[in-house]
Design a protein around this ligand. Structure first.
Ligand SMILES: [Zn+2]
Length: 340
């Protein structure tokens, strides 16, 4: 029996304008919709393979491929179904909407609606999000392909919580596995559970966090995880991270007056001096930006540091020479005064 072939589309590209979150201070940048879509696409490729299905990558690489080319490829490759992965946005302003997920199909497509319903069933089972339901729309990617096609919007880029999920590998994996479960159900293929001991094959790096597709993921659990990534060190912070910060700053010549793991005023002054030297905003708080600069300075080749030390040594030698000259002069003056 021929294997099913799933057409997979990651929606946009890195170059697509406007498809991004509002600026995220903790991250020091915006997140592109494509970063999420593409990560999920790769995880979904692995998942459908694991379940004995093939896929066609409708937008391989990072190039901006026109929609017509994506849908044409799905038709040429004779995909059995098509999935276009997306992340929604309301108005590019924070906190104006409650986020949520939905799955679109073409208005008159009975099979498209069935497929959308299957995927939606699993998508709503994971991380708690507002359920915006199974919807129909006249989108290119659900209209032009000849096979049943759906377009999933897996969250909102301008909802703070959902934006914070976009780069979380555990959430990406959850969304991919939920899509896979829906695909399996629609096609009547047994869903093969993910093997946690198998290392991830995709981009993104790091290990796959304990995946719990289809099970309930608590929102606060995620928030804590997200906070862990973006936690800022500031006056009042304590612990090994503060101690590491103090050790690094001291090594770089910013005196924190000790490395006790307590972020006090001296550490704040040292942080501000570091920020000033690196043209960062001088708030005395170690957020992602300052942390990044600190890491890159610490990781700078020893060569440049060695050169600086050599230059300092040269200055000390020069100073010693100067002192020697004056000492000789003093001796001469003393001799004159004492009439020797
Ligand atoms: Zn999109």
């Amino acid at each position: 029996m021929a294997r099913f072939k799933i057409g997979l589309d990651s929606g946009h590209s890195l170059q697509t304008n406007g498809k991004e979150t509002p600026f995220i201070p903790e991250l020091g940048r915006k997140i592109k919709e494509y970063e999420f879509n593409n990560a999920v696409k790769y995880k979904l490729m692995i998942a459908v393979n694991r379940c004995g299905m093939d896929y066609a990558d409708l937008d391989p690489g990072d190039a901006d491929i026109p929609l017509a080319q994506r849908s044409a490829k799905a038709n040429v490759e004779k995909c059995d179904i098509l999935i276009s992965i997306h992340y929604n946005a309301l108005d590019d302003k924070w906190d104006n909407n409650k986020g949520g997920l939905c799955v679109f199909h073409y208005p008159n497509s009975v099979e498209g609606r069935k497929l959308a319903t299957c995927i939606h069933k699993y998508l709503r089972q994971g991380t708690k999000q507002l359920d915006r339901g199974v919807l129909s729309a006249n989108f290119h990617m659900v209209r032009v392909p000849k096979m049943p096609a759906v377009l999933s919007e897996n969250g909102f880029m301008d909802d703070r919580f959902e934006a914070s999920l976009m780069l979380k590998e555990s959430f990406q994996l959850e969304v991919a596995e939920e899509h896979c479960m829906g695909i399996c159900e629609y096609l009547g293929v047994p869903y093969v559970k993910i093997d946690v001991s198998t290392p991830p094959v995709n981009s993104g790096g790091g290990s796959i966090p304990n995946p719990t597709p289809g099970t309930s993921m608590d929102k606060t659990e995620f928030m804590n995880e997200v906070k862990g990534v973006t936690e800022m060190l500031k006056v009042g912070s304590r612990g090994p991270e503060v101690e590491n910060l103090q050790i690094d700053l001291t090594k770089l010549g910013y005196d924190t007056k000790g490395t006790d793991g307590i972020f006090g005023n001296n550490t704040k002054i040292a942080v501000i001096a570091f920020q000033a030297d690196h043209k960062l905003s001088q708030d005395g708080i170690v957020g992602v930006n300052t942390q990044r600069f600190l890491e890159s300075v610490m990781a700078a080749p020893r060569d440049s540091l060695a050169k600086e030390i050599d230059a300092l040594k040269a200055k000390i030698i020069a100073l010693n020479n100067t002192i020697g000259i004056y000492q000789n002069k003093l001796v001469a003056i003393k001799n004159i005064v004492e009439g020797k």
